[in-house]
Each structure stands twice: as structure tokens, then as C-alpha cells.
Design a protein around this ligand. Structure first.
Ligand code: SAM
Ligand code: SF4
Length: 479
């Protein structure tokens, strides 16, 4: 059996793409291997959101130079966002790469691997750029890759990602995604529902719907326009599915019908990721986010009012072009006042090809970016810890995902082990349990908490007669 090694960098969309690529290569007889040295075919599924993600891939490619020289039959492919962004530059920097495939062309990977094993020569399959044709032509060149699912290819068979849209039309000035993932296109509801039914039939209990701006989902079908709330209602009917999540939300599209759906549909996780990016109106304007901080606060208040117990998380970029200390303080203020369950904080990384790179100087020094990153993280961590402390003594229900990181690290291999999973509002819980409880929904009582983890115990239920008569055994005993 030929062996495949794949390395994935980036977001959930890339994780899903890798799962699907691997599943399609398995149909060609490939089996996965854990090291590049063992592999006949090596694939990198790449990210270009920040420079660091690209540097990681170029240095991994650099390390393969000698391997390819020693074994010219090894096939090396670069897939995903960096492939679409850098295209021929990848062949220049790593001339031993066999093919480069953009995220809108992933269906071609099995054929490209087959060809590369027979013929030498480089192939590039990428989609059109955002100004390389009519909207329709560009859309057609970015194909959503949604082949049949293979449960064996997921980290756990109980959870799966489901793509509901591809691309993005928001064009935030710092972001490369609209260029590399193409125009926003929603998938037909029938295809999404069929995929979710298939997953549920295979035993999947939790699905996470994916889209760059997932709550902008819209699909016209005759007179009807499907919104995300309609899709959630339809998915909710699927027997076997127990929990539905969706990421990532765009603040301006957080409509009341969606909040009502999350509140009223018991299978919907009470968790919303709604990135704000900055607490300063001046910065938001330069980022072209399309809302003010007052709009965001209004959306947040409406969300907290509508959905009892909801957890909201956010993303922040620190050190965006022209961000002053006063701008940054407004982000700190926003974190203090918003009670985000968590915030993902990134140092601004200039992306060639974006409006941000063209219009504004990347003028915040790196050490200032780093300091602001740490400061904001510290404020957020204090809030996380205080919020998690409020869970002490409470009972939560979790879908048991698998072994905790600590258990994996210590190589626990008996039946008893430390298990982990998230609550309905997406908090991580770890607890002692049994291997056979993986994939079950269990009640857990929380006895300790830190900023990022709740520690709990499984609530055990005793069955049997509650009351015993003592008289009869005593009499028997006397005889
Ligand atoms: N579509 C999502 C949204 O609008 O929130 C997220 C897409 S992006 C892959 C994930 C996060 O990366 C963004 O929310 C943003 O905080 C961050 N990001 C995007 N471009 C960046 C850049 N050039 N530098 C630093 N962080 C960036
Ligand atoms: Fe990038 Fe903005 Fe689109 Fe998110 S909404 S993918 S940050 S352009």
C-alpha cells in the first residue's frame, strides 16, 4: 500500500479539506503514515492568513530537499491557501515540489498524485484571481470540495465539520481570505442536509457548520431564501444528531431570527464566535469591518439578552496599521466589559495583495505588538478564570470526545483515563472516566477550574430499591 503523509496548518476549513483529501486518496489505496520519511506522497495543506503560517511551510519544504534528491519517486504537493496565493513562487523556492493546488481545485488531487507517480514534471491547478474574469467565471473556478465522508478520517467519529459556504465577500483590509478562497458561495440546503444525514447515520453526534462568515449564509431556491436559521431548524430534525455548532459569525449579520433559533433549538450549542477585531472605531474603519464599536456592543447586548447562558468568543488583531496606545486601550476596555468566554488574539501580519498592505504602513513595531498581545491576553485570562469559577459545584453535560492532552502525554493506555470534552457552551472539561464512555453524553459535576479548563467528576446514578426492611433479615438471623 502506498503511504501518505499530510501536514495541515490553519483553520477548521483546512482541517476539513485535509480530511476529505485523505479520504479520496484512501479510495486510491493510500494509507496514512505519521512521518514524512516513511511516505511515498507528502502533502502540505497550507494557510496564508499570517506570515508565520507560510514560513512554517516553506521551512518544512526546505527540509525535504534532500529526501527528494535521495528518492525522486517521492511525490510532494502543496495545497490550500498559500498554494493559491504564491502559485509559481512555490516552484521557484522549492523546485522539487510536484504540484501546487488551490483550495478551489482540491478535487484534482487524486489525479495529480497518480500522474506525478508516472510522469516527472510540475503541475499547477489554481482558481482565478478576484479580478481575472466575470463574477460567474471566478465563482465556477472555486469549486466547493464535498466528496463522500469517511468517518475513519476524523480525529473522532462522533464529531464532524460540514461546509455550508465557501469564500468571502467582506474584504476586510488586513485579510487575504477573499483573494485565496474566492467569492462567497452558499451550498444548496439539500446537499448540506444529505451530508448531515449521512454523518448522523454513521454515528456522528455533533456537527459544526463552517463558513468564513457562516451567518451570512443565504441560498435562493425558487421563491424561498434559506437563511442560517432555516438551515438550523432543518438540521435539528435529523435523528441521531445531538449537537449543532457553527463558526465564524460576522457581527453585522447576527440577526434576531438566528439568535431565536439558537435559543429555541435544544440541539444548538449556546456558543457563538463573533470576532470584533478591535475596540477602536478608527481602527475598525481602517480595517473596513463595516460596523462601529457601538453596533458591536448593541449586537452583544442583544445576544446576551436573547439567549440565557450563551458564551461568546471573539478575535482581536493588535498592532494593526496606525493603532495608537489609546486605540489599544479601547480593545482592553471592550474585553473588560464584554465577558467573552475567550478571545483569540493575533499580532497584525501584513499580507501582500490586501488593501491594508496597499493603503497603510505596517507601522507598529513588533515589540509593541507583542506587548499588546500579552496585555490583552492577560486581561482576557483573568475574565476566563473568574467566569470558570462560577461553574464550581454546577452540573454540565458533555459529549465525551476522547483522552485529555495530559492523558495522551502520559501514555495512559488502560480502560481508566482522563477524558475531555466541551460543554454545550463550549467550555473544556476534563474528568476521570472509562475508555468506553468516549462518544457518550455524560453529566459532570465541576469541582475545580482555571482560566481554560473545568475539572469535574462524572455524576453516577445508583439504581435499585431505595428502602430495605430490616425486620425480616434480623428475624432470620435470630433463628
Ligand atoms: N472569517 C472569520 C472572521 O471574519 O472572523 C475569520 C477568518 S481569519 C482566518 C481568522 C482570524 O485571523 C481573524 O478573525 C483575524 O482575527 C485573524 N487575521 C486575519 N488576517 C490577519 C492578519 N493579516 N494578521 C493577523 N491576524 C489576522
Ligand atoms: Fe477575512 Fe473579513 Fe472575510 Fe473574515 S470576514 S474571512 S476577516 S475578509
Amino acid at each position: 500500500m502506498p503511504k501518505l503523509y499530510i501536514e495541515t496548518v490553519g483553520c477548521q476549513m483546512n482541517m476539513l479539506d485535509s480530511e476529505l483529501v485523505v479520504a479520496s486518496l484512501r479510495q486510491d489505496g493510500y494509507e496514512l503514515t505519521a512521518t514524512a520519511a516513511d511516505a511515498d506522497t507528502i502533502l502540505f495543506n497550507t494557510c496564508s492568513v499570517r506570515q508565520h503560517a507560510e514560513d512554517k511551510i516553506y521551512s518544512a519544504l526546505g527540509r525535504l530537499k534532500n529526501a527528494k534528491r535521495g528518492n525522486p519517486d517521492k511525490v510532494i504537493g502543496v495545497l490550500g491557501c498559500m498554494a493559491q496565493k504564491d502559485q509559481g513562487l512555490i516552484f521557484k523556492r522549492a523546485p522539487y515540489v510536484d504540484f501546487v493546488v488551490g483550495p478551489g481545485q482540491l478535487h484534482q488531487v487524486p489525479a495529480l498524485v497518480r500522474e506525478a507517480r508516472i510522469n516527472r514534471g510540475q503541475r499547477m491547478e489554481v482558481s482565478l484571481g478576484r479580478t481575472d474574469g466575470s463574477r460567474h467565471e471566478i465563482e465556477r473556478s472555486h469549486e466547493s470540495f464535498d466528496p463522500l465522508r469517511d468517518p475513519a478520517m476524523r480525529p473522532t467519529p462522533y464529531q464532524a465539520y460540514v461546509r455550508i459556504m465557501i469564500g468571502c465577500d467582506k474584504f476586510c483590509t488586513y485579510c487575504i481570505v477573499p483573494s485565496v478562497r474566492g467569492p462567497e458561495q452558499s451550498r444548496p440546503p439539500a446537499a448540506i442536509l444529505a451530508e448531515a444525514r449521512q454523518l448522523a447515520g454513521e454515528g456522528c453526534l455533533e456537527i459544526t457548520l463552517l463558513g468564513q462568515t457562516v451567518n451570512s449564509y443565504k441560498y435562493r431556491e425558487g421563491d424561498r431564501t434559506w437563511r442560517l436559521s432555516d438551515l438550523l431548524e432543518a438540521l435539528h430534525e435529523i435523528e441521531g444528531l445531538r449537537r449543532i455548532k457553527f463558526v465564524t459569525n460576522y457581527p453585522k449579520d447576527m440577526t434576531d431570527d438566528l439568535l431565536a433559533a439558537v435559543r429555541d433549538l435544544p440541539k444548538c450549542s449556546k456558543y457563538l464566535h463573533v470576532p470584533v477585531q478591535s475596540g477602536s472605531n478608527a481602527v475598525l474603519k481602517r480595517m473596513k469591518r463595516g460596523y462601529t464599536i457601538e453596533d458591536y456592543r448593541e449586537m452583544l447586548a442583544r445576544t446576551y439578552d436573547s439567549i440565557p447562558g450563551v458564551a461568546v468568543t471573539s478575535d482581536f488583531i493588535v498592532g494593526f496599521c496606525g493603532e495608537t496606545e489609546a486605540d489599544f486601550e479601547q480593545s482592553v476596555e471592550l474585553v473588560c466589559g464584554s465577558r467573552f468566554k475567550n478571545s483569540f488574539i493575533f499580532k497584525y501580519s501584513e499580507r501582500p495583495g490586501t488593501k491594508g498592505a496597499e493603503l497603510y504602513a505596517d507601522d507598529v513595531p513588533d515589540d509593541t505588538k507583542r506587548r499588546r498581545n500579552n496585555e490583552l491576553l492577560e486581561v482576557q485570562n483573568e475574565i476566563c478564570e473568574a467566569d470558570n469559577q462560577a461553574f464550581l459545584g454546577r452540573e454540565v453535560t458533555v459529549l465525551v470526545e476522547g483522552r485529555s492532552k495530559a492523558s495522551e502525554k502520559h501514555g495512559e493506555d488502560g480502560d481508566r483515563m482522563q477524558l475531555t470534552r466541551r460543554t454545550n457552551c463550549d467550555r473544556i472539561v476534563v474528568f476521570e472516566g472509562n475508555r468506553r464512555q468516549i462518544g457518550q453524553f455524560l453529566p459532570i459535576v465541576i469541582y475545580d477550574a482555571n482560566a481554560h479548563t473545568l475539572f469535574g467528576e462524572i455524576v453516577t446514578q445508583h439504581v435499585g430499591p431505595e428502602v430495605f426492611s430490616l425486620t425480616l433479615p434480623v428475624k432470620i438471623g435470630l433463628r
